[in-house]
Design a protein around this ligand. Structure first.
Ligand code: SIN
Length: 286
């Protein structure tokens, strides 16, 4: 048999309805991501709005909400409606709201918080369920964030490749991207997660390795592991699986880390960019 072409499914079995009573959604690509119109999250969400927002997140994986005038307390309160917030040991939070991590790039920055595809905190035993990123200062152009759909990336692999990968485990570490210092002496060097995880709500399988934090595939030689990971890192960010978010001040983006990866572009030399992120803790991947 020759090569296998992949056609993305328009809807998947069990997908929730995409009609909402409290806002409207407009997809931003065929792969994932939607703009949400008509919802002001800063004024507090009632039960129906929150339930619908969660359903929209399940359906679209990345939600973009414009003109959300949020202070740090408002961002924390919104984040907490999704679950417990994580405090990042590597990036200092705000003094009065340690859960709010600053993603800051100054005009003269020599290194930026950018340039590597990942899902948040996969180096933790319980990686993130979702992240909420609020734009404070955006460059006049550039600084967009790309997202990729890890369910599509998994489903686009051939049945032969899927059989070979399913059931494998990979080691993740924070220490490829961060220096280890004395304050992190108790942090685990590596954690082990399934290479393919099952989303706890949708039940869909998704690729769960990323170039920032995944070090190796367990039980393989380093050559085997490197070759397969290199293939997967290329494959999982095929443009067909992605969408691109252009930021404006007060844009809020919420993404599901269990089935997406993201990439902050580093294309705005000499300009400032400041975002606030809260990261919701998730389950142990299975
Ligand atoms: C992040 O990796 O969470 C930050 C993404 C961004 O700054 O666009």
């Amino acid at each position: 048999m020759g090569s296998i072409d992949y056609l993305p499914p328009l809807r998947y079995e069990g997908q929730e309805t995409d009609d909402y009573a409290t806002f409207t959604v407009a997809p931003i690509s065929g792969a994932l991501g939607a703009e949400v119109h008509g919802l002001d999250v800063g004024s507090g969400l009632d039960r129906q709005q929150f339930a619908e927002l969660r359903r929209a997140l399940l359906n679209h994986m990345v939600l973009v909400l414009r003109d959300q005038d949020l202070d740090a307390g408002g961002l924390v309160a919104l984040g907490r409606t999704f679950g417990t917030l994580h405090i990042n040991p590597f990036v200092a939070g705000l003094a009065d709201h340690p859960e709010v991590m600053e993603v800051r790039s100054e005009e003269n920055a020599t290194a930026r918080f950018a340039g590597r595809w990942h899902s948040d905190i996969t180096w933790a035993e319980r990686p993130s369920l979702a992240s909420l990123l609020h734009a404070r200062i955006v460059p006049p152009f550039g600084g967009d964030t790309l997202f990729a759909n890890m369910v599509l990336a998994w489903e686009a692999l051939s049945p032969v490749m899927r059989r070979a990968l399913d059931g494998l485990k990979a080691e993740h570490t924070a220490f490829q991207g961060h220096d280890r210092d004395a304050s992190l002496a108790d942090a685990p060097e590596t954690v082990s997660h399934p290479l393919i995880r099952t989303h706890p709500v949708s039940g869909r399988k998704a690729l769960f390795v990323n170039e920032y934090f995944t070090r190796s595939i367990e039980g393989m030689t380093s050559d085997e592991s490197r070759s397969i990971l290199d293939f997967l890192f290329r494959h999982l960010v095929r443009p067909d699986f992605t969408c691109r978010v252009r930021w404006q001040p007060n844009t809020l983006v919420i993404w599901d880390n269990r089935c997406t990866q993201h990439y902050a572009t580093n294309d705005y030399p000499g300009a400032r960019r400041l975002m606030w992120r809260v990261t919701v803790e998730g389950d142990r991947p299975v």
